[in-house]
Design a protein around this ligand. Structure first.
Ligand code: GTQ
Length: 347
């Protein structure tokens, strides 16, 4: 292209820009790529480095003042976007003995995966559940939720969990609403364990009608998930890509626990060398037990308990375990699946 041609094009682009127009042909390949080109990059957060910083947040601000005292895990490829991947949020929330994170509700769906400490609680629409490391807890869209921790005298200890939310997706959709509850803690109307009794034993209340797609179980305890995976490892066939992997389900529908977030737990037995796959959901992993290696695209990480790492869409992923390793993960799979956009390739 000659200089005069390029100059006249630039002049033309300047002219049309005044009318809120832009030339598709300059961006066609970026807008309609041959395959996903996520801006998010494979990244690991090593808990050994993070722990001190998370605990220090407890000296910077109280849970009451912060509302939610959380360090956002921000993908270096998405600076300032509060995103760990293009439409997923992750953060590490700290709650100290005697603190309450006041009650509110919002249209964003949230999951909590307990990383360290126990005995803190989350209340969801009138019922509390006590946290233990490895528990997976949900606070579905528009449910009132507050978090709290017993005092030191009552045996409270610092508790840290990984928050997974669909915040970037809801920003993209301009569908965010939020409200504050008039009191710090919401009234409790059901005893702890009520929802587990009704929905946690492969039985359902006789007149239960599946509602909006959110699971009526809001704590999936680690003891149960771990037992399932270890039983399976003794009796079932291993998957060459995933090891032994199960997805968390809404027991009333068989679907995902919440409409925008899928969650999984997998056991990689000692010595496992997983084959490589790629899939269009971006996935956040939280290491529960064991050490190993993960390759995401061209990047290799060593992982250890409590580390968090992210595999953006359509990057080759392969997992190895040096010792029995248990990984929790969450992704935006239900959104992709609902839109017919879930693609997977297994080599
Ligand atoms: O616990 O309600 O990490 O509203 C971000 C937004 C946690 C929460 C986050 C939230 C919460």
């Amino acid at each position: 292209m000659s200089n005069t041609q390029s100059a006249s094009r630039q002049a033309y682009y300047g002219e049309i820009a005044k009318h809120n127009l832009s030339p598709l042909w300059e961006s066609l390949h970026a807008l309609v790529p041959k395959e996903p080109r996520p801006q998010a990059v494979p990244t690991i957060w090593k808990y050994a480095h993070l722990r001190e910083l998370v605990m220090a947040s407890g000296e910077v601000i109280s849970a009451a003042e912060a509302i939610r005292r959380v360090l956002i895990l921000e993908n270096p490829g998405l600076p300032g976007k509060a995103s760990i991947a293009s439409n997923l949020y992750a953060g590490l929330q700290l709650i100290l003995p005697g603190e309450v994170a006041p009650s509110h509700r919002h249209t964003q769906s949230a999951l909590r995966f307990i990383v360290e400490g126990q005995g803190a609680w989350t209340a969801v629409d009138g019922e509390r559940t006590t946290m233990h490391p490895g528990d997976f807890i949900i606070t579905p869209s528009w449910t009132w939720h507050d978090h709290g921790n017993p005092s030191i005298e009552a045996g409270g200890e610092p508790v840290v969990w990984l928050d997974g939310l669909d915040i970037p997706l809801l920003l993209q959709l301009d569908a965010g609403f939020a409200e504050t509850f008039p009191t710090d803690t919401q009234p409790i109307s059901r005893a702890e364990g009520d929802s587990w009794a009704r929905y946690g034993y492969n039985m359902l209340p006789v007149r239960h009608e599946a509602g909006n797609g959110n699971s009526p179980i809001f704590n999936y305890p680690y003891a149960r998930s771990r037992e399932a995976l270890y039983s399976l490892s003794r009796t079932g066939e291993i998957d060459a890509w995933d090891g032994f992997k199960l997805r968390y389900a809404n027991p009333a529908t068989g679907g995902y626990p919440m409409p925008t977030l899928a969650t999984f737990m997998q056991l990689l037995p000692k010595g496992f060398q997983g084959k490589s796959y790629r899939i269009t959901d971006s996935t956040v992993f939280s290491v529960v037990e064991g050490r190993g290696k993960v390759k995401i695209g061209e990047t290799k990480f060593e992982f250890a308990p409590r580390d968090v790492f992210v595999a953006p869409s359509w990057q080759q992923v392969s997992l190895e375990a040096e010792e029995d390793a248990v990984l929790f993960s969450y992704s935006n799979r239900p959104v992709l699946a609902a839109l017919g956009l879930l693609r997977e390739e297994r080599k």
